[in-house]
Write a protein that binds this ligand. Structure first.
Ligand code: ADP
Ligand code: MG
Length: 284
């Protein structure tokens, strides 16, 4: 497996829509990285830049030891030569093709021999538990099954990197938990370097080896789930990762005891909290 490295990647649409702003992100070989942020903050763009569906405006994209995009160096390797599998947000299955042909599609483009295609499609369908659906059309499948077909189609090329764009947003809340467990399990089994983007903190906390938080195209923090949760870099991250209450106030010392004073809310702080130079504070 390979690492994926974005070095100061900027993507500007038109004259001034800055979708990604100097993004510095290293995804280690075999790692499950979840990039989290609100809608419209650059998540899909980040995946498309890695896949080669968008060219960055500036910066470098590396997949393994290969520089795949660098405007300054005049490098741009097209998607088909990047060995990356992508699961799109809407799954983008071909409605008029049977499941088998949907999954086989990327292999036919690569002009693999028929027997090889047959073997690889059946293998991946087996792994994903959809072997019995191969003769059906997408509309004859449940949401969860359609999603597995989309994942199978991304994996059948045996890509080095798997990209997933909000893969659970089209699923009922009821089956989302199972679908997450399933994706996590597949990722572990194949130990494939994975970037999943989502606006849902529950995805991040259940799936990620590490989480990167994106706000308006700028990475706010990268860390282990518990680091992001317990030591958020700023209010935005704190607000995003959990349901929290914020109180504005100040710090008051009485003898050895230190209090947060927010008017109606007074809280004694645990010993050892560093509150120097923090007259106006926000308690989360
Ligand atoms: N092809 C495009 N042309 C112009 N603006 C775009 C294009 N794609 C995305 N954008 C803009 O870039 C920003 C980030 O979009 P996107 O990456 O889709 O966000 P997310 O996936 O986090 O919702 C948004 O302001 C969006 O409108
Ligand atoms: Mg998106």
């Amino acid at each position: 497996m390979v690492r994926v490295y974005l070095h100061e990647v900027t993507k500007i649409f038109g004259k001034n829509v800055v979708a990604l702003d100097k993004v510095e992100l290293e995804v280690r070989s075999g790692e499950f990285m979840v990039v989290m942020g609100p809608s419209g903050h650059g998540k899909t763009t980040l995946l498309r830049v890695v896949a080669g569906l968008e060219e960055p405006t500036d910066g470098e994209v590396w997949i393994g030891d290969t520089l795949v995009a660098s405007p300054r160096k005049g490098v741009f390797i097209p998607p088909k030569d990047r060995n990356v599998g992508m699961v799109f947000q809407n799954w983008a299955l071909y409605p008029h093709m049977r499941v088998f042909d949907n999954i086989a599609f990327p292999l036919r483009i690569k002009k693999l021999p028929k027997a090889e295609i047959e073997k690889r499609v059946r293998e991946i369908a087996e792994v994903l538990g959809i072997a019995e659906t191969l003769d059906r059309y997408p509309r004859q499948l449940s949401g969860g099954q359609q999603q597995r077909v989309a994942i199978a189609r991304a994996l059948v090329k045996e890509p080095q990197v798997l990209l997933m764009d909000e893969p659970f947003s089209n699923l009922d809340a009821r089956i989302r938990v199972t679908a997450r467990a399933f994706v996590k399990d597949i990722q572990r089994k194949l130990s494939i370097t994975t970037i999943l983007v989502t606006h849902d903190p529950a995805d991040s906390l259940t799936l990620a080896d590490r989480i990167a938080v994106l706000r308006r195209g700028v990475i706010q923090q990268i860390g282990l789930p518990n680091e992001i949760y317990d030591k958020p870099a700023n209010i935005f991250v704190a607000n995003f990762i959990g349901d929290i209450n914020l109180f504005e106030g100040s710090i008051v010392s009485k003898g050895n005891e230190v209090y947060f004073d927010g008017g109606d809310v007074k809280v004694q702080l645990p010993p050892g909290v560093n509150v120097q130079g923090t007259e106006n504070v926000i308690l989360a």
